[in-house]
Design a protein around this ligand. Structure first.
Ligand code: ATP
Length: 637
């Protein structure tokens, strides 16, 4: 039977069931969607249009979905339209007979080529005996255009575009939409998520709810949309989704549309935080682990059953052409029983001579395309931090603990080639701060704190991953001048030197050295040796009567107050352990500085010129004030 699409805009397009759907029908749908900004209305128009196609010519659902998404292939395939205005102007000129210059001038004024094309079509309609465009013919021509390469490519593209314009009817803005689609700027206010909802509702209403009780339709439609969005986030390919939607009930989609090597999922992202305390607050009742945050480029590495390796960027672009060396080394890194695998990694520039990582700036000088292994100037190492797929099975819904086990079990680390991200599992503020310091000293951007029971959430900026950047350590702008009054012997690699030192400020009024912090990170081995030599000259048998320290923080060695260091710190906090500025902010407790790092020895300062309790109290009060205003700004957002 012949079906009529009911559209007010223009003359309704008609076609026989099973016959190719006229492009005019889609152009009318675009027009109707473009005419409203209400989301529910957009969804309804879209759902109706897609239902009509499912009911008449389901074979056209896939090209329709692609055109609505303004794409010709899945994002990762790298096939883009984005035709430049110059070619479009040539094509419009050849079809309408208007000269290029006048089209260009008019476009420069209005900024809109599509309405020029429409206006021209409005006068002429179909020229000669051409067959009208159908959804599938437009889509096929778009695909052909996107793939054209070579020196005659411009002429070839122009010819195909002219043909499309010639074959568009008048009255439904067909030519204008063809231009907008070719530009990659459909802009009718329809997002990908909206398209997915439309597809879900249309498929459900047309194929599953017929003749049934419609009273509880809303929650079932909502569930259908959720399922479609979920499967698409794990397998973002309309080529997979649309046939599955037509092939069976929506509840079965998770069985057929699945994450697999060759289709990248959108990367999980991390939320920013402003310090260790915030991390501990957010993860109060959660088991978490802390990983180095490497400063390179996100790389999702896929190995399929045939051993074929593809590397995708954070935005799902295929980067295998940029990293052929990584692709080449993957097979050698796999454990013998690994048949297929997807790992989430950071690719970082590597200095093979020094055996060290290099900063991001170096990585950014690497060529982007068509790199040959022999010509590579900037070597890279992969730091793997997550395993998303292993031997035919998606691990996305497994907790991080399990994914990490799978990661470590499926590859063998090789220095300079592939290593596992360094991590630590601790809930202790000091330990976290020290790990942050250590990561920065090792050239990292900071840390990423991850909940151990969390699943992998594609494309989400999740609270289960928190960024702790090194800027936090720069937190307190001013440096402190402190006096070294004690130390602890080093253990392990630090045997023979001091592993950490006790620092104090000077209270002029009471003539006291009051402890403010313990410092033990951020030193190189060489520096530890030098400091050990220098401070050994000042060892004393017992603490001076004018030292004030916490009873549970007694150093193994005491020094005479001689050496002054300039240190930087992340923040200040009220401390039951330290005595600096005791009585000034809190009646009994002192103030400590957290995560101090040595800037330099102040040869030019004497111990009685060290930072004073008043200065410490002032900095503490300023910090409190600042965090209040910051907190307020965040609430206002
Ligand atoms: P965002 O959009 O999240 O702000 P961005 O590109 O600015 O991203 P950052 O905020 O600096 O990146 O941090 C997130 C990025 O850190 C990740 O996309 C990843 O490339 C990188 N990264 C480095 N090490 C890790 C790790 N251990 N775990 C997760 N991501 C890591």
């Amino acid at each position: 039977a012949e079906l009529h699409a009911k559209y007010e805009a223009g003359q309704a397009a008609t076609w026989e069931a099973g016959a190719p759907v006229p492009f005019a029908f889609l152009a009318q749908t675009f027009t109707a969607i473009d005419a409203t900004t209400k989301r529910t209305e957009i969804t309804n128009i879209l759902t109706d249009a897609l239902r009509t196609i499912i009911a008449t010519t389901p074979d056209d659902l896939l090209p329709t979905a692609y055109l609505l998404n303004n794409r010709v292939a899945p994002a990762h395939a790298g096939v883009e339209l984005g035709i430049g205005d110059a070619i479009l102007i040539k094509a419009i000129s050849s079809v309408t007979g208007r000269n290029e210059k006048s089209i260009k001038e008019e476009a420069a004024k209005s900024g809109d080529l599509s309405s020029i094309a429409n206006a021209a079509k409005g006068k002429q309609g179909l020229i000669g005996k051409v067959t009208a465009n159908t959804i599938r013919s437009v889509f096929k021509t778009f695909r052909d255009i996107a793939k054209i390469e070579g020196n005659k490519s411009q002429d070839h593209k122009k010819a195909l575009i002219s043909k499309l314009l010639t074959a568009s009817g008048k009255g439904s803005n067909e030519a204008g939409y063809i231009i907008r689609l070719l530009q990659g700027k459909l802009r009718i206010g329809l997002q990908e998520q909206g398209l997915l909802v439309g597809l879900a509702q249309a498929a459900f209403l047309e194929r599953e709810s017929a003749g049934r009780d419609t009273s509880s339709l809303a929650p079932r439609l909502e569930a259908a949309a959720q399922t479609v969005k979920q499967v698409f986030s794990e397998c973002p390919s309309l080529d997979e989704l649309v046939p599955a939607l037509l092939g069976g009930p929506i509840k079965d989609l998770p069985k057929s549309v699945r994450f697999k090597p060759g289709v990248p999922i959108k990367a999980m992202l991390a939320k920013p935080t402003n310090g260790v305390t915030e991390v501990l607050d957010k993860f109060q009742d959660t088991q978490f682990t802390v990983e180095y945050k490497y400063d390179g480029e996100r790389a999702q590495v896929h190995v399929d059953e045939r051993g074929h390796v593809t590397i995708y960027s954070r935005n799902s672009e295929d980067m295998t052409g940029k990293y052929p060396d990584l692709a080449q080394r993957m097979p050698d890194l796999l454990a013998p029983d690994v048949k297929s695998l997807v790992v989430d990694c950071e690719a970082v520039a590597w200095d093979p001579k020094e055996g060290k990582i290099r900063p991001f700036q170096v990585l950014s000088t690497r060529k982007r395309k068509d790199v040959t292994v022999g010509s590579i100037q900037v070597q890279v190492v992969l730091f793997a931090f997550d395993c998303l797929f292993l031997n035919g099975e998606s691990l996305l819904s497994k907790p991080l603990t399990e994914r990490r086990e799978a990661l470590v079990g499926s590859m063998t680390a090789k220095p300079g080639q592939m290593e596992f991200a360094t991590f630590k599992t601790s809930h202790d503020v000091e330990e976290l701060g020290n790990f942050l310091n250590e990561s920065v000293a090792a050239g990292m951007e900071g840390l990423i704190v991850k909940s151990l029971d969390s699943t992998y959430e594609p494309s989400k900026r999740s609270v289960n991953w928190l960024k702790l950047k090194k800027d936090y350590l720069e937190g307190v702008g001013d440096t402190f001048d402190v006096v070294v009054i004690g130390a602890w012997h080093g253990r392990g690699k630090r045997t023979g030197v001091y592993g950490s030192y006790l620092l104090a400020i000077y209270d002029d009024e009471n003539e006291q050295f009051q402890t403010i912090s313990k410092i033990g990170t951020g030193f190189s081995e060489e520096l530890l040796k030098t400091l050990h030599g220098q401070l050994n000259e000042h060892v004393i048998d017992a603490p001076r009567t004018y030292y004030r320290w916490g009873e549970s923080l007694v150093p193994e060695v005491w020094f005479d107050a001689q050496v002054v260091w300039e240190v930087k710190a992340a923040d200040l906090s009220i401390s039951p352990l330290h005595k600096a500025a005791a009585g000034l902010v809190d009646p009994t407790k002192g103030i400590s500085i957290r995560f101090p790092r040595l800037v330099k020895t102040r040869e030019d300062k004497s111990p009685d010129q060290a930072t004073s309790p008043e200065q410490v109290a002032e900095m503490y009060n300023k910090q409190v004030l600042l965090s209040k205003t910051k907190g307020k700004a965040a609430d206002d957002d």
